[in-house]
Design a protein around this ligand. Structure first.
Ligand SMILES: [Zn+2]
Length: 400
């Protein structure tokens, strides 16, 4: 088998696995392909996950035999797929071990020092907006900034999109046309926005389920994450696929692959690379910092729960810090993080990945921002390399 044939077989495996998941035989069916930029249409037929795992293991061994010519990200994705599939089949790994094997980083709690720092920023911004960051002022905050309909969310997002794209275009090439359509969904899931689709166009979905709350400031920064972050990055990667600079299989984007975790962190930290906090409207920066705090506190609460602590302790921990989050949302986050193995790890990844990219944004020389972003957009970064060079000091992560 040539390397090219092995890559083609891998495409067939991922497509076949996706079809199997949605064949109706699994109550816990997973999306294996979330975005599809792969021109190759190979599709292998499978009748069980066990069969997929056997093929995955065989293909991985075949690819390893080719040595360093194999694209490293393909092997990292394959490794994650094996770990994910084994978990779906019932293998029980400790959470820390699972995240490490799946996404490549050590799942440690965000340090108290770091939480205090962001709480300080939030208190300062609340004061600038004439409010106090306390449960008593939550309603005042929502009365002033809450966006009540998904249609309004869509309008606000569209109007702030060009600002972020213009900012990003100073550092990286942006496709002349961004093929994005917007849809509205109502799902009781943790995601507020999602991007799906592929070569034929991208759909940005707004989750308007009643357990989601949107604010003006959030709608203002969201295009920096979803569009300037994810969409431009995925389209840039897909160009590498169509030019055959990278193997076609890397055009299949899956949320269980470790590259997506990097995309989440970069998208979340992007405003700090391409803009400055002074330039952002106060309500935008405030909404952004509230989301960052929320991700960090929930990640820590998740570690508490997975360590066997009672739900009351995790609940008190969250409500003690997340004054501007509706309790029904905290409830959903805490309970859903114990559901399927992917959600457990995926929801957790936001805080550590953001913090890793934010520490780069904070220390990078302005002249190096372009080359750094180039390395994330015009190439598919290796998660293994990223995490081994990232700042995971106790300043960021530590004990609870
Ligand atoms: Zn995202």
């Amino acid at each position: 088998m040539t390397l090219r044939e092995a890559y083609d077989e891998l495409v067939g495996l991922y497509r076949g696995w996706h079809v199997l998941e949605h064949s109706g035989i699994y109550t816990d069916a997973q999306d294996i392909i979330d975005l599809d930029f792969c021109p190759d249409q190979h599709c292998t037929q499978f009748s069980s996950r066990r069969e997929v795992l056997t093929d995955l293991s065989r293909l991985r061994a075949d690819l390893i035999r080719y040595g360093p010519v194999v694209h490293p990200v393909v092997l990292e994705d394959l490794n994650a797929s094996q770990v994910f599939l084994r978990a779906l089949l019932g293998e029980s790994l400790s959470f820390r071990h699972f995240v490490l094997e799946l996404f490549g980083f050590d799942a440690r709690p965000v340090s108290f020092k770091r939480l205090l720092a962001i709480l300080g920023e939030i208190n300062r911004l609340a004061a600038e907006l004439g409010m106090e960051y306390s449960t008593q002022d939550r309603q005042r905050y929502f009365d002033r900034f809450k966006v009540n309909s998904a249609v309004e969310v869509e309008t606000l997002i569209r109007s702030s999109q060009s600002h972020w794209i213009d900012r990003l275009s100073r550092f990286v090439d942006i496709p002349a046309y961004l093929p994005i359509k917007t849809e509205i969904a109502e799902e009781d899931k943790p995601w507020s926005f999602s991007v799906t689709g592929g070569s034929r166009g991208i759909t940005l979905t707004i989750n308007s389920h009643s357990r989601h709350t949107f604010t003006v400031g959030q709608c203002d920064y969201i295009p920096s994450h979803e569009v300037a972050g994810h969409v431009v990055q995925f389209l840039s990667w897909s160009k590498l696929v169509s030019e055959e600079t990278v193997p076609a299989v890397l055009g299949l984007i899956s949320t269980h692959h470790p590259t997506i975790v990097l995309s989440e962190g970069l998208s979340q930290a992007l405003p700090y690379f391409i803009s400055s906090e002074f330039e952002m409207k106060r309500e935008t920066l405030f909404a952004k910092k509230l989301r960052e705090l929320r991700d960090m506190v929930l990640a820590n609460a998740q570690i508490m729960l997975l360590g066997g602590q009672p739900i009351d302790s995790a609940w008190d921990y969250c409500t003690g810090a997340l004054h501007f989050v509706e309790e029904a949302e905290i409830e959903r986050e805490l309970s859903q993080r114990s559901l399927d193995p992917l959600q457990r790890a995926y929801q957790f990844c936001y805080a550590p990945s953001f913090l890793a990219y934010k520490s780069i944004a904070d220390s990078i020389d302005k002249r190096d921002v372009g080359p750094f972003l180039h390395s994330q957009y015009q190439a598919i970064p290796s998660p293994k390399k990223f995490w081994s060079s990232s700042d995971c000091s106790d300043n960021v992560f530590g004990g609870l």
